[in-house]
Every structure is written in structure tokens, then in C-alpha cells.
Design a protein around this ligand. Structure first.
Ligand SMILES: *[C@@H]1O[C@H](CO)[C@@H](O)[C@H](O)[C@H]1NC(C)=O
Ligand SMILES: *[C@@H]1O[C@H](CO)[C@@H](O)[C@H](O)[C@H]1NC(C)=O
Ligand SMILES: *[C@@H]1O[C@H](CO)[C@@H](O)[C@H](O)[C@H]1NC(C)=O
Length: 408
């Protein structure tokens, strides 16, 4: 509210109502920075925002809450239109949440990023999906509000355009991870033949049968449970009342299997290579370029990417730090390259924030310290780095006759 009055005062005192908008043409008075007063950011400031040793950060997050993508034959809402968003689209609640995450990032990296948007400083990339492109725009809106900066252009709209790059699905191995890969499809099915995975499905055969009866789907794999789980979750978030049967199943009974599908997605080193490996390769390349002074542009400080639930779980699985859990909407990973002042040594700190209302949690890569030296990181990830062209890695071994399961 006070801000609003401040704005009005400015407008009246300057009389700057110009065709096409309200354009500030005078030195903008110092108004306390809203973001720095915001207590939403992380509180462990010594290990994060005020640290002068941060050199480069990769932020990767899942798009925000959305309307359902999938339904099931017996879904009472099978004909729902999900007005005004449509199916599989970001909700207004998501926009609020993502904007807040942008402000959290501004708070966390306020001493690291320039006070306003600069083209070389950041590269923002989204998967080829409307909900990730929209999510990235919302986070960038919170991260780079132009108010009180030289980029302010409209007193009534504290927003500015920031470019977003996107790679088509067919070539996006880093974020979208949906480029055709027959070998991967085989590998997922092979997992279900492993004794320990078979056992879990056998133990849950009654649950799978009951879910089949209630939904009208053939619920066979953990992935089928995940799909139903997320459909119910998104219907409920949209404001629909879930059918009576769900009370005994959702979320508790379904949760363990629903969460396991993310583990199975990247169960073997080969699967980790085909999925998370491409992002890890990119991350290590950027880190090594930064260290050797060859990163272009030289003043790049942040990469920020927006992907999907499987993007998050596959990349953390490739680093062997994924715990069996449901990745939440808006879940966020921060990969921070730091340099020790005393020794000059470079290391990675890894943070995961599954819930934007909670502090990011620092993760520890097995075999490494929480401050993981880059040389050690390279050593620990060598088995998941792609070592042949994708096309070759994806050649089927014909272990199955073209069978395929759909997942998420
Ligand atoms: C933060 O770091 C400073 C300087 O190293 C130290 O004096 C201070 O006690 C630290 N604060 C916390 C909360 O750890
Ligand atoms: C959905 O629409 C179809 C076609 O109009 C109708 O036959 C069916 O009963 C509707 N289903 C539900 C659950 O409303
Ligand atoms: C359900 O799917 C499994 C695996 O795809 C298949 O073996 C089975 O025959 C299917 N059952 C029905 C009733 O369609």
C-alpha cells in the first residue's frame, strides 16, 4: 500500500503521463528495496548469499502447479475443461508461487548478481512446453524487477522482458529429456524384471488391482500409479472434489509406488547417462570453462533452466542424491560453483528445495564432501557422462519386442 501512494505521488509531482505508458524521466528516488526486506529468503546467509566466493550458479527448477495432463476412464471429471487455463497449464496459484521463488533467488544471490538485468549475466532456458516457458517467465519477473533500476520503463508495471531460450524436444537432451531413445524405453522395462522390483510389484499386486478397478486403467507399473497420483493431486489443487474411493488411497497408500517410478527412471548407470548425464556434462563444461577463464560471455553468472519432474529426479539421480520422494511442482536445484579464498580451490555446493516454503537443503554427493572439489566431482560422475553420440547410445538391444510403457 505505501508503495502505491509513493507511486501516485511520483506521478503527480512529475506529470509524466506519456503516450504508451508512464515513463519515468527523472532520477528515481531511493525507495527501500522491497526484496531485501523480504524475509522469505534463506537465513543461512553465511553459506549462501553473502559469500564472496560464489563464482557461477546453475538453477534448475520444475514448472509450477498445473491442471491435469492425464485422466482415467472412470474419472468423474473426464470432460472437465479446466477453465480458464485448459489442460496441463499453469494455474494462477503457480504464478504466485513462482514469482515468490524469483524473489527468493534475488534475495539469495543479491550480492552475486548485478542489481538489474544484464544480458551477459544470465542465460534462461526452458524445455519446449508452454508451462515451463511460462514458469520461467514468472521466476524471472521476481528475479529482475526493473523498479528503481535504470531499466525501469513503466511505473505501473514492475516487469521487463527477459529472453528465454528453448531447444526443440527432438534435440533437447538436457532439460526436456524426451528425445526418442529406443534403448532407454527397453531399459525401463528391463527394470521391472529385476528381482527386487518384481518383488515390490508383487507385494503391491492387490493395490494395483484395486486401482485398476477404480480407475478403469490397466495399473501395472509404479509409473501408472504416479500418473494417477498426479492427476488426483492436480484435480484437487484446481478445486475439484475427489471421488469417495480416493480417500483410502490418495495420497498415503499410493505414495510409495508413485515415488518409486522416479527411482526406476534412472535406476542404472546407463539410464543415468541417457537422461541426467547430458545436463551434468553441460554443467561440468561450464564450470571448467569458468575456472579456466574461457567461459563466454566472461561475465556470465547464472544459468537458469525450467523443466519437468523427471528433469529434476533424473539429474539428482545422476549425481546419486535422489531420495525416493515425489518431486513437488516448482522443486528447485541450485548448483553453486565456489572458490575457497585461502587456497583458490574450486568446489561445488548442491542445494535442493522441494518445497518453496522451506529452506533449500544442502545435498552431499556420495564420496564427496558437502563442498565437493571439482576434480573429485569429475571423477565421481565419469560413469554417467555420455561417451558416444545419443543416436548410438539409444540403439535398442532388442531385449524386448518393441514394448513400451508410458511414464509421467
Ligand atoms: C558469518 O561469518 C562471519 C565472518 O566469517 C562470522 O563472524 C559470523 O559469526 C558468521 N555468522 C554465522 C551466523 O555463522
Ligand atoms: C463426458 O462426455 C461424454 C460425451 O458427451 C458423455 O457420454 C459422458 O457421460 C461424460 N462423462 C462424464 C463423467 O461426465
Ligand atoms: C495390462 O498391462 C500388462 C503389461 O502391459 C499386460 O501384460 C496385461 O495383459 C494388461 N492387462 C489387461 C487386462 O489389459
Amino acid at each position: 500500500m505505501p508503495k502505491y501512494f509513493g507511486l501516485l505521488a511520483l506521478i503527480f509531482s512529475c506529470g509524466l503521463i506519456v503516450r504508451g505508458g508512464l515513463v519515468p524521466q527523472v532520477e528515481v528516488p531511493e525507495i527501500p528495496d522491497e526484496v531485501s526486506l523480504d524475509a522469505e529468503g534463506p537465513k543461512d546467509s553465511n553459506t549462501t548469499s553473502t559469500k564472496s566466493t560464489l563464482k557461477l550458479v546453475h538453477v534448475l527448477f520444475r514448472h509450477g502447479p498445473r491442471t491435469p495432463v492425464n485422466t482415467y476412464p472412470k474419472d468423474p471429471y473426464i470432460n472437465e475443461t479446466y477453465e480458464p487455463y485448459g489442460w496441463g497449464a499453469l494455474t494462477n496459484g503457480a504464478k504466485v508461487e513462482l514469482y515468490k521463488i524469483g524473489k527468493q533467488l534475488r534475495q539469495r544471490y543479491r550480492d552475486f548478481l548485478a542489481p538489474y538485468y544484464q544480458p551477459d549475466m544470465i542465460r534462461a532456458q526452458s524445455s519446449e512446453s508452454p508451462r515451463t516457458m511460462m514458469s520461467l517467465q514468472m521466476v524471472l519477473a521476481g528475479l529482475f524487477p526493473p523498479e528503481n533500476t535504470p531499466l525501469e520503463w513503466n511505473l505501473m508495471l514492475n516487469w521487463q522482458p527477459i529472453p528465454i531460450f528453448m531447444e526443440p524436444e527432438e534435440t533437447d537432451l538436457r532439460i526436456r529429456m524426451k528425445a526418442s531413445c529406443p534403448r532407454y524405453d527397453e531399459a525401463v522395462l528391463e527394470i521391472f524384471d529385476l528381482p527386487e522390483v518384481k518383488k515390490i510389484h508383487e507385494e503391491n499386486s492387490q493395490l494395483l488391482q484395486e486401482l485398476s478397478d477404480f480407475t478403469g486403467l490397466n495399473v501395472t507399473h509404479a509409473h501408472d500409479v504416479t500418473n494417477i497420483f498426479i492427476s488426483l493431486q492436480t484435480e484437487q489443487t484446481y478445486g475439484l472434489k475427489l471421488p469417495e474411493w480416493t480417500k483410502d488411497y490418495y495420497p498415503e497408500k499410493m505414495l510409495p509406488l508413485a515415488a518409486l517410478s522416479y527411482v526406476y527412471d534412472a535406476y542404472t548407470a546407463e539410464m543415468r547417462k541417457l537422461k541426467g548425464g547430458y545436463f551434468i556434462e553441460f554443467l561440468l563444461n561450464q564450470i571448467q570453462s569458468k575456472i579456466s577463464g574461457k567461459l563466454k560471455p566472461a561475465d556470465r553468472r547464472m544459468f537458469i533452466s525450467c523443466g519437468h519432474d523427471w528433469t529434476i529426479s533424473n539429474i539428482l539421480s545422476a549425481l546419486d542424491v535422489w531420495e525416493g520422494q515425489m518431486p513437488r511442482f516448482s522443486a528447485l536445484i541450485a548448483f553453486e560453483l565456489h572458490q575457497k579464498e585461502e587456497t583458490g580451490e574450486y568446489f561445488l555446493e548442491l542445494y535442493f528445495q522441494n518445497d518453496p516454503d522451506q529452506e533449500p537443503k544442502q545435498l552431499q554427493i556420495p564420496g564427496c564432501e558437502k563442498q565437493c572439489p571439482i576434480s573429485k566431482l569429475v571423477e565421481l560422475t565419469k560413469d554417467v557422462l555420455p561417451d558416444a553420440p545419443y543416436k548410438d547410445l539409444c540403439k535398442p538391444k532388442r531385449t524386448l519386442n518393441g514394448a513400451k510403457i508410458t511414464y509421467h
